[in-house]
Ligand binder design. Structure first.
Ligand SMILES: *Cc1c(COP(=O)(O)O)cnc(C)c1O
Length: 431
């Protein structure tokens, strides 16, 4: 494991150098590294990036301004930056098989805002999945700029099985004639039916936007069908299953290339974060390997195994299971809210988030469910054989979440601490 040696040296250097200048922040970085190492990370949108991705992020590229695009910049000194951005673009195009890629968007939300700016005007009708059904804020939810500045209509899922009802989507699309239809979301445990959405978008005269923020790594690794050939525009973050730095990309057919690029710059942003662009290029390089394909399939295998183990313990899963990296649990039958459950699990060093479930009778800040994801534990090297143990710990802690029984929580925390030791994370030394 040469990785361990590199990691150790880097962390020692980083901590020492940082502590020389700012002991307070150095200590906090250290504390967070230890916290990340000592817990089981089941937050579906999180991951552990490689040392190489971290190195690119921490590079001198952060010092450079480069408004514009390769070959067309507003600042001098772009001899190297142009090459970095071109490599990232070409890798994105090759990996996903798209005609155009923009790697400058700062994160997933601004990337989506750029899609609106490129393809719609304020007041236009747009359509996306409702947040409580599993959509994202930026798909037109009312508190988001996308819900305030556009006339957003929202589709949901069927009450019976928690799945998207394409007949409802079609009906709504034909009645409302939106400019854009977003598919994808943040809490969808099932395969997204890109072909079905594309058919509806064509009938309604809308542009289909596939937001694959959560599943981009699964798509790249061949563990989820691709939206390419169905959605004209694809939006994704780079830091979830794709396992790159915090950032985002827009991909599209050649037809929409100019409009999207103009919307990102100068429409919404100034200078791109070149250190992030380099790290995205590194992550895309990693995602093109056979190792990454194995990782993507292992994420799904782990999620299916964990889902089965939870069902065996009487947990009620939205849609009854999972096709991807994500499990949505309705805790109503366990008699505990999502928030106290998530908080008790955090105290037991099992990290996840409380989440609304479809048709949730409780408030978004105190909902009925928890969301579980397997990308981070898969990166760490966990496989199917480890999932029943994780389900057992979740079960034990959820059972005492309301009473807050410290003996159970402390015991699980100690067991988790021992359990994770053989699974190092980049950026943190193995003891
Ligand atoms: C995470 C996510 C986003 C937003 O990404 P940020 O980087 O947090 O702004 C957008 N869409 C979907 C579907 C997401 O899951």
């Amino acid at each position: 494991m040469t990785q361990t040696t590199v990691t150790e040296t880097t962390l020692t250097d980083l901590t020492r150098r940082l502590a020389d200048v700012d002991a307070e922040i150095a200590r906090l970085v250290d504390d967070e590294g230890r916290r990340q190492h000592d817990s089981i990370r089941l937050i579906a949108s999180e991951n552990y990036v490689s040392q190489a991705v971290m190195d690119a992020t921490a590079s001198v590229l952060t010092n450079k301004y480069s408004e514009g695009y390769p070959g067309r910049r507003y600042y001098e000194g772009q001899q190297v930056i142009d090459q970095v951005e071109t490599v990232a673009i070409e890798r994105a195009k090759a990996l996903f098989g798209v005609e155009h890629a923009n790697v400058q968007t700062y994160s997933g939300s601004p990337a989506n805002l750029a899609v609106y700016m490129a393809l719609a005007s304020p007041g236009d009708t747009v359509m996306g999945m409702a947040l409580p059904a599993g959509g994202h804020l930026t798909h037109g939810w009312n508190v988001s700029a996308t819900g305030k500045w556009f006339r957003a209509v929202q589709y949901g899922v069927r009450r019976e099985d928690g799945r998207v009802d394409l007949d409802e989507v079609r009906e709504l699309a034909l009645a409302e004639r939106p400019k854009l239809i977003f598919c994808g979301g943040t809490a969808i445990p099932r395969t997204i039916e890109f072909a079905g959405f594309a058919e509806i978008a064509a009938e309604a005269g809308a542009v289909l936007v596939a937001d694959i923020a959560h599943i981009a790594g699964l798509v790249a690794g061949g563990a989820h069908p691709t939206p390419v050939g169905h959605a004209e525009v694809i939006s994704t973050t780079t830091h979830k299953t794709l396992r790159g730095p915090r950032g985002a990309m827009l991909m599209s057919t050649a037809e929409h290339a100019k409009a999207l690029d103009r919307a990102v710059f100068p429409g919404l942003q100034g200078g791109p974060h070149n250190h992030t662009t380099a790290a995205i290029a590194v992550a895309l390089g990693e995602a093109a390997t056979a190792d990454f394909q194995r990782y993507a399939h292992q994420i799904v295998a782990n999620a299916k195994e964990l889902a089965a183990a939870l069902v065996e313990r009487g947990f009620d899963l939205v849609t009854g299971g999972t096709d991807n990296h994500l499990i949505l649990v309705d805790l109503t039958s366990k008699g505990v809210g999502g928030k106290p459950a998530a908080q008790a699990l955090d105290r037991a060093a099992i990290e996840l988030n409380y989440n609304s479930v479809p048709f949730d009778p409780r408030k978004p800040f105190d909902p009925s469910g928890i969301r579980i994801g397997t990308p981070a534990v898969t990166t760490r090297g966990l496989t199917e054989e480890h999932m029943p143990q994780i389900a057992a710990w979740i079960d034990q802690v959820v059972a005492v979440a309301e009473s807050g029984d410290d003996t159970v929580i402390d015991r699980v925390r100690a067991e988790v601490g021992e359990f994770v030791k053989p699974f190092p994370i980049p950026g943190w030394p193995t003891p």
